[in-house]
Design a protein around this ligand. Structure first.
Ligand SMILES: [Fe+2]
Length: 396
């Protein structure tokens, strides 16, 4: 049976033209058991559309791991490496997720108490929430009225030592019902976005690049980001911006000599733009919270210097400036009309191109709202490819 691809239901807030290519629902394929031909079609569709949804799926942890691994057969360890980095307290990246004992590459995430689940007698899950991470919080009165925030716009990646996973799979097993919430950006723009309870919100990294003006496209195509050592430990004492798109510069990051041991050679220096292996498109893929420095190449020979930023190149180490530049380039793409907030149903199996989209947890649950998801992503066997010399010529 041929694969059938249907547009995802976009909310009224979305711009149908700019999101026309984003996301597809796949019919006619069981993601737990695709044929090799079907798998190739899924792969092609994923790189073209950024996210795929299979409804009514039945996917065991073993099948989810096998499916995720098939996108990068050489990959092995969980994308955040927490099976690998040992037990020291500071290296625990995600106290909120639990490993499935029989398939340790698959994590149980969600909210509330889960019992007798895949060999876990009891798991206390906590939905990561803006209430503990942002510099300013929504007042309890507004929270009660359904106002909420984006938690943290990100790519799934350790950003130290390990390579960013190619894909992430999310399987919604228990999805609580609840009223819609309203994301308030609280950044002076008045932007708001109505979202389903506990949505995962996505934006396209391709759109993020495409909508930039010429000077910022030129900066993006010439830039690399140097991430902090153990970025999640480094950023842990700091607070997020109200939009969840990066960290407020208050000097709260952990000093580098207080981090767990790290080596310069394991630091990640990654291009700002990552090249799509199927379409050749450039996707703006920066995890703003972990970014520490920007390395900008000079304009190529013959490029127009008029209005160009850093025409002679730069190594920007002023953290506040690094964040300001990234924010300027990334904020336009999280405008309400460019966000796809997925409305989770039980047995939804979602696959996303982790090197082509950014995503965030949204909202907050009450302790009795039980949610259980399986998540899998694997540190990739290679680094993402950046722009080609032709790309640099075209956009610098
Ligand atoms: Fe994630």
């Amino acid at each position: 049976m041929a694969i059938e691809l249907l547009p995802l239901p976009l909310p009224a807030s979305a711009d149908p033209a700019l999101l026309a290519d984003f996301g597809r629902e796949v019919k006619g394929i069981d993601p737990a058991n695709p044929t090799p031909e079907q798998f190739e079609e899924i792969k092609e569709a994923l790189y073209r559309h950024g996210a795929l949804l299979f409804r009514g799926a039945k996917v065991s942890p073993a099948a989810q791991y096998a499916f995720t691994k098939a996108f990068d057969p050489q990959s092995e360890s969980y994308g955040h490496g927490n099976n690998k980095t040992g037990e020291t307290k500071k290296s625990i990246l995600h106290p909120d997720l639990k490993t499935i004992p029989s398939v340790p590459q698959v994590q149980l995430i969600g909210n509330g108490m889960v019992y007798n689940h895949e060999g876990l007698a009891e798991a206390r899950l906590k939905h990561p929430s803006h209430t503990t991470f942002h510099k300013t919080v929504v007042s309890p009165e507004d929270e009660a009225k359904g106002v909420t925030r984006f938690y943290r716009w990100h790519i799934d990646a350790a950003l130290y030592d390990l390579n960013p996973p190619k894909v992430t799979t999310l399987y919604g097993i228990t999805v609580p019902d609840g009223p819609k919430q309203v994301v308030r950006y609280d950044d002076g723009t008045g932007d708001e976005l109505e979202v389903p309870l506990g949505t995962t919100a996505f934006v396209s990294g391709k759109v993020m690049f495409d909508i930039l003006p010429k000077d910022l496209k030129s900066l993006a195509v010439r830039s690399k980001v140097k991430y902090a050592p153990h970025p999640y430990v480094w950023m842990a004492p700091a607070h997020a911006m109200s939009t969840g798109l990066g960290i407020e510069s208050e000097g709260l990051e952990l000093p580098l000599d207080e981090l767990p041991p790290w080596e310069e050679s394991k630091l990640k220096i990654l291009p700002v733009l990552w090249k799509n292996p199927v379409t050749g498109d450039l996707h703006f893929q920066v995890h703003p919270c972990g970014a520490k420095e920007l390395i900008v190449e000079p304009l190529p020979e013959g490029a127009d210097r008029e209005g160009a930023l850093y025409p002679d190149g730069a190594h920007i180490t002023d953290l506040k400036l690094v964040r300001e530049l990234l924010y300027k380039m990334q904020r336009p793409a999280i405008a309400p009309k460019l966000v796809y907030p997925h409305d989770w149903k039980e047995d939804d199996f979602v696959l996303f191109h982790n090197r082509g989209v950014l995503h965030t947890v949204v909202g907050a649950f009450k302790p009795d709202q039980v949610r259980a998801f399986h998540q899998c992503n694997l540190a990739a066997s290679d680094e993402p490819s950046g722009p080609t010399p032709e790309d640099v010529k075209a956009f610098a």
